[in-house]
Design a protein around this ligand. Structure first.
Ligand code: ATP
Ligand code: MG
Length: 197
């Protein structure tokens, strides 16, 4: 029996806190694999502009290649269709019979769990590893099986990174080098565009 975690996110772009969280969870919860799954078209981010799945997935691949063999990019949510966590969980379980499946998530995202499609089924299907995040609290729904990773306090977010990039700054400490290079080469997030154009 292996111990496998699902780590979903917009990953727009993937950053050093995502990687630190995945590594720390793997260490502390003895995970064999952390599946890094960029969302296709997540229902919670409708109307918010984000870069194409293929770019986000490519950056996840680059970030994982540079780091830890336990981190594995997954294309399970590829495409334009809405992706729901319960469907991803069911697919991962079907692909890994007999393995123990965890769901790795930050405190901000876990705080919204009751808004998720079939959230009771999600709670019944997986054990959560909930990671602390500066400025975010949550309460625990009854029946949830939760492991807490409360040692993390990383003040990094993709939103802040996108804002920096739009202003033509490269947030060096927040992004792996391979991802910085990818953004510089592609001009994603408006990076490299001259102001006023
Ligand atoms: P955005 O600002 O666009 O929402 P983000 O930095 O929150 O981006 P997401 O792709 O939304 O990144 O998050 C994917 C998962 O990683 C979520 O479960 C989120 O809670 C978690 N996460 C992201 N950043 C951190 C952080 N700094 N500390 C702990 N967990 C984090
Ligand atoms: Mg987020």
């Amino acid at each position: 029996m292996r111990r496998i975690a699902i780590f979903g996110g917009t990953f727009d772009p993937i950053h050093n806190a995502h990687l630190a969280v995945a590594r720390e969870a793997a260490d502390r919860c003895a995970l064999d694999r952390v599946l890094m799954i960029p969302n296709g078209n997540p229902p919670h981010k409708q109307g918010v502009e984000r870069v194409d799945w293929m770019h986000r997935y490519s950056m996840v691949e680059l970030a994982c290649a540079a780091g830890d063999a336990r981190l594995e990019p997954s294309n399970l949510e590829q495409g334009r269709a809405r992706s729901y966590s319960i469907h991803t969980i069911e697919r991962v379980k079907a692909a890994h019979p007999g393995d123990r499946i965890f769901f790795l998530i930050g405190a901000d995202a876990f705080a919204e769990i009751r808004t998720w499609y079939r959230w009771e089924d999600v709670l019944a299907a997986v054990e959560f590893i909930v990671v602390s995040r500066p400025g975010h609290t949550y309460d625990t729904p009854p029946g949830a099986r939760i492991l807490l990773l409360e040692t993390m306090s990383l003040d990094i977010s993709s939103s802040d990174i996108r804002a920096e990039l739009r202003e033509n700054r490269m947030p060096a400490g927040a992004l792996p080098k391979s991802v910085r290079d990818y953004i510089a080469a592609t001009g994603l997030y408006g990076h490299g565009k001259e102001f006023g154009c």
